[in-house]
Design a protein around this ligand. Structure first.
Ligand code: 13P
Ligand code: SF4
Length: 348
């Protein structure tokens, strides 16, 4: 009989306590003690490297569950993770998410070494527009307030007046003194802002660029209608990157953080989550008694993160894994994000 390593056994048991609840696994894995034993040496090494190097790992809820629960220090949505980056005293911030999130961490925590496990982890929204495009749009609409969704590059943020996230977009746009808003890069979110402000009786003219999220644009109302017929009492929860038709047919629309809060506080027999699969995995772990049905889609960019890449980047980052920004550009992008913090309503 092979002798079991007690450190690996203890780590595998720790991992299993969370991962055993994940049914919506992006790679169809069934988590049990054996699969947790396989990854335990990696999570042990990553957590040791973090301690030795004074590093923290920020994990967006869309990355694979073994990253979120195995090595993540902070897990959440873009707004929460930006705040954690800004408050961090760590020497190294490793961002398990996508590149624009890591850039945001570098903008807010310039003294830290910021690392991305995979430089290819872009985002269809962030990659849809350049700083030069924004400069051209500003010339066409000089009187507009320029608002960028956080899913944008540092170069784009540097051109904008204020940044928003899916959690504060309606409240911030509603507060702006300008009547005309140039909103980049998410066309569908701009549509949702237009609808929500109309509901609130706030008059704004909203012009947008043409980006979309390749994950959220795919959800359809027919899917909601079918699910409601099949599962009476179902609650439908969607993200503001979905189409306005899907948003209108949902019971709740919000950021991934707000979606988690809604599910936690809502009693319903079933939930249909119209968002990326990773969030469903988190909900399964953190609301083990609730039931989530279909609709799951993968973000290919988020799924480029892996424990192996995180370990290698922490051991010795390759140049392309390091996030660096021109200081003047960083300061201009920081002003745009700091204005967001000023305008975000304080919780409670
Ligand atoms: P959240 O800030 O709501 O987590 O959204 C990030 C994102 O990329 C959604 O697709
Ligand atoms: Fe970008 Fe969509 Fe992926 Fe979010 S889910 S990172 S918006 S491509």
């Amino acid at each position: 009989m092979i002798a079991l390593d007690p450190a690996i056994e203890a780590e595998a048991e720790r991992l299993l306590r969370s991962l055993m609840h994940v049914e919506c696994d992006p790679r169809g894995r069934k988590w049990n003690l054996d699969t947790c034993r396989e990854i335990a040496p990696l999570t042990l090494e990553i957590n040791r490297l973090k301690r030795e190097k004074n590093a923290v790992i920020l994990t967006h809820s869309y990355v694979e569950p073994e990253i979120v629960y195995g090595v993540g220090d902070f897990k959440g949505d873009s707004y929460y993770l930006s705040l954690m980056a800004r408050e961090s005293a760590a020497d190294i911030i490793l961002f398990a998410g996508v590149v624009f999130m890591a850039e945001t961490a570098k903008i807010l925590s310039p003294g830290a070494t910021v690392i991305v496990p995979d430089r290819g982890s872009g985002c269809s929204l962030a990659d849809s527009i350049t700083g030069e495009d924004v400069r051209r749009l500003k010339q066409l609409h000089p009187e507009a307030a320029v608002v960028c969704y956080i899913n944008s590059t540092a170069e784009v943020k540097a051109e904008c007046d204020v940044c928003v996230t899916s959690g504060n977009v309606y409240d911030i746009v509603a507060q702006l003194p300008e009547q005309k808003i140039l909103f980049v890069p998410d066309r569908l979110m701009a549509d949702n802002v237009r609808d929500e402000l109309k509901r609130r009786g706030v008059r704004k003219e909203i012009i947008s660029s043409d980006g979309t999220c390749i994950v959220h644009e795919e959800f359809e109302v027919a899917q909601i209608t079918q699910a409601r017929a099949q599962f009476p009492g179902l609650k439908v929860v969607s993200h503001p990157e979905c189409t306005p038709e899907v948003a209108a047919a949902s019971d709740f629309v919000g950021s991934t953080g707000a979606m988690m809060k809604y599910v936690k506080e809502t009693t319903a027999p079933y939930f249909l989550m119209l968002t990326e699969c990773g969030l469903v995995g988190r909900l399964e772990v953190e609301n083990a008694a609730k039931h989530f049905i279909g609709g799951c889609r993968l973000c290919p960019y988020m799924k480029l993160n892996s424990l192996e890449k995180i370990r290698d980047a922490l051991r010795a980052p390759r140049p392309e894994q390091l996030v660096t920004l021109d200081e003047n550009l960083r300061q201009r992008a920081a002003r745009c994000i700091e204005r967001m913090f000023e305008l975000t309503p304080k919780a409670g």
